[in-house]
Every structure is written in structure tokens, then in C-alpha cells.
Design a protein around this ligand. Structure first.
Ligand SMILES: C[S@@+](CC[C@H](N)C(=O)[O-])C[C@H]1O[C@@H](n2cnc3c(N)ncnc32)[C@H](O)[C@@H]1O
Length: 207
């Protein structure tokens, strides 16, 4: 049936892919996603279109067009589509397409689980698509752990925080490539992450 399914695939490992996501993908005609998302479905025989930073706008239009033309399209979003994911740009593009959102496990959730943080008591911030702003500075003094998806490098954010008076000895956890076999969780202090390089796939927690 003609529909645009926006499917959360979780943090990356197949272990965190939901049964529902798999079922929707298997029954779709066209599968669209980043290379790492498509790799989860190598065994599924549908038309596949790779999505990258270079073609995102164009491919979103293709996804909508194909769904309007009668195809069942599964558009993959890492983590959950509703958190710094594919849902927002698609909603900006359409108002008359039949959409189904399949939730996925967000990188925020797996980070909170790994660090045993009850995330109903955490500040949750995404910097994706946004610049650094002073809002985060006041947040860091409300006594709650702050879980952050950084926009660019960890180093850039650390320098911004230090420049705005955050204690260099403040505890920070850098959670890289969560759920993958080379996952790494580094617990250190703010001053120690300056000038260090981390994978772009990372979530930060400032305690
Ligand atoms: C465009 S946002 C997508 C967020 C996604 N919708 C979610 O719910 O996790 C991409 C960012 O999510 C984070 N991320 C996604 N997968 C991750 C993983 N496996 N490990 C660590 N961070 C991850 C990183 O901060 C990455 O730069």
C-alpha cells in the first residue's frame, strides 16, 4: 500500500533493531537510508537508495514523490526519527502524504542505559543543526546530568563551555559508537577532552 514509513533503526547494532522496523522494511518497495542504516537490511531484496549529507534534500523529495506515486517507501532514520531525525524535515516538506512513524531506540536512550541515568531526571539537548548557544550554560547548573548530541566536535563544545566559565574539572562522559563492537565510553573531565578527537557518532553526558 502506498505510504511513507519513517523507520527508526536504533543506534546501529542489529540487536537494537525492533521487530516492527524489520517487518515494515521487508514489506516496503523502496528502502532509503544512510549506508550504515542500509547495511542492516543487506538480505532484504527491495530497491535501495543511499542517503548522505550531500543529497539529503533531494532524496527526501524522491521519498515523498515515490510514496505519492503509489510505492510503499521505508525511509530509515538512525536512533528515533523524532529526535534530531528524519521526521522534522519530512513534515516540513509534506502535508498530504500518508505517513507512519516507527519509533526506534535513540542514542540518548542507549547512552542513559549504559550510564544508568534515569533520563526523566536529565537535561536532554541536541545541538544538531544548531549553533552553540548560552542556553546550555544555565542548564549545566540545575543539578541534573545533561545528555548532549553535539553538533560538531567534542573539542569545540568543551572549549565553548570552558570559555563560559564551566569548571574544567567538571565530569564528562563521551560515549562513542554506542551498540557497535568498537563502542567506547570514556569518563573523564572537561579539561581532558580539549584537543582530543572522537568519532562523530558520540553522545556526551556532563555531570
Ligand atoms: C542526526 S543525529 C540523529 C539522532 C538520532 N535520531 C537518535 O535518536 O539517536 C546523529 C547523532 O546522533 C548521535 N548518535 C547516533 N547514533 C549513535 C551511536 N551509535 N553512538 C553514539 N552516538 C550516536 C551522534 O551524536 C550523531 O552525531
Amino acid at each position: 500500500m502506498s505510504k511513507l514509513h519513517i523507520v527508526g533503526i536504533g543506534p546501529g547494532s542489529i540487536e537494537y533493531l525492533t521487530f516492527k522496523a524489520r517487518k515494515v522494511v521487508e514489506s516496503s518497495d523502496i528502502l532509503i537510508g544512510s549506508r550504515r542504516a542500509l547495511e542492516l537490511f543487506d538480505d532484504v531484496d527491495n530497491e535501495k537508495i543511499e542517503l548522505g549529507a550531500w543529497n539529503m534534500g533531494e532524496i527526501f523529495k524522491v521519498a515523498v514523490y515515490k510514496a505519492c506515486q503509489g510505492s510503499s517507501v521505508a525511509l530509515l532514520s538512525t536512533g528515533d526519527p523524532g529526535f534530531s531525525g528524519v521526521l522534522k524535515p519530512i513534515l516540513k516538506l509534506v502535508d498530504n502524504v500518508d505517513i507512519e512513524v516507527v519509533p526506534g531506540i535513540s542514542s540518548v536512550q542507549i547512552c542513559a542505559a549504559k550510564l544508568q541515568i534515569p533520563w526523566d531526571e536529565a537535561n536532554i539537548v541536541t545541538m544538531h543543526g544548531k549553533g552553540l548557544s548560552n542556553g546550555i550554560i544555565s542548564m549545566l547548573s540545575n543539578g541534573k546530568p545533561t545528555i548532549i548530541l553535539p553538533n560538531r566536535t567534542v573539542d569545540e563544545l568543551a572549549n565553548f563551555l570552558l570559555d563560559h566559565g564551566i569548571d574544567p574539572d567538571r565530569n564528562i562522559a563521551v560515549c562513542e559508537k554506542l551498540s557497535y563492537s568498537d563502542e567506547r565510553i570514556l569518563k573523564t573531565t572537561l579539561k581532558e577532552v580539549v584537543n582530543k578527537k572522537f568519532n562523530y557518532m558520540c553522545v556526551l553526558v556532563i555531570y
